[in-house]
Design a protein around this ligand. Structure first.
Ligand code: AMP
Ligand code: ZN
Length: 116
């Protein structure tokens, strides 16, 4: 999607603080971090949200989760983290390109993020 902000990051048109990249996914620091470790992991291919993802996206969705621990550890969250995928209007998703928030640090996440 030409005007999607995260597609533009994938294409290098907007700078991002990349922490991990392979052929399928890109991980970069959130521009407005809510915790000491706050990384967004996205598929390089545009998928709007979990509402529009399908079985064809199984591999890339699995890759995002399978790489989460490695990414979290590399950023200083070796003792656990939370993975949050806000989806659609009810999920209050702001950027319409699927992304997993990896949030953590050295201390347990606080009540603002421990919503469930
Ligand atoms: P969500 O509410 O789940 O859609 O979260 C969108 C996230 O994207 C927010 O935490 C924003 O801070 C983050 N964000 C928006 N633009 C950028 C950007 N250019 N680089 C890094 N993070 C961004
Ligand atoms: Zn996109």
């Amino acid at each position: 999607m030409s005007d999607c902000i995260f597609c533009r990051i994938v294409r290098g048109e907007i700078p991002a603080s990349t922490v991990y990249e392979d052929e399928e996914i890109l991980a970069f620091n959130d521009i407005n971090p809510l915790r000491p470790v706050h990384v967004l992991v996205i598929p390089k291919k545009h998928i709007t949200s979990l509402s529009t993802a399908g079985v064809d996206d199984t591999l890339v969705l699995g890759r995002i989760l399978a790489k989460a621990n490695e990414i979290a550890c590399s950023q200083g969250s070796a003792d656990g983290f939370r993975v949050i995928i806000n989806t659609g209007r009810v999920g209050q998703q702001e950027v319409p390109h699927l992304h997993a928030h990896i949030v953590g640090g050295t201390d347990p996440v606080g009540p603002m993020l421990k919503r469930i």
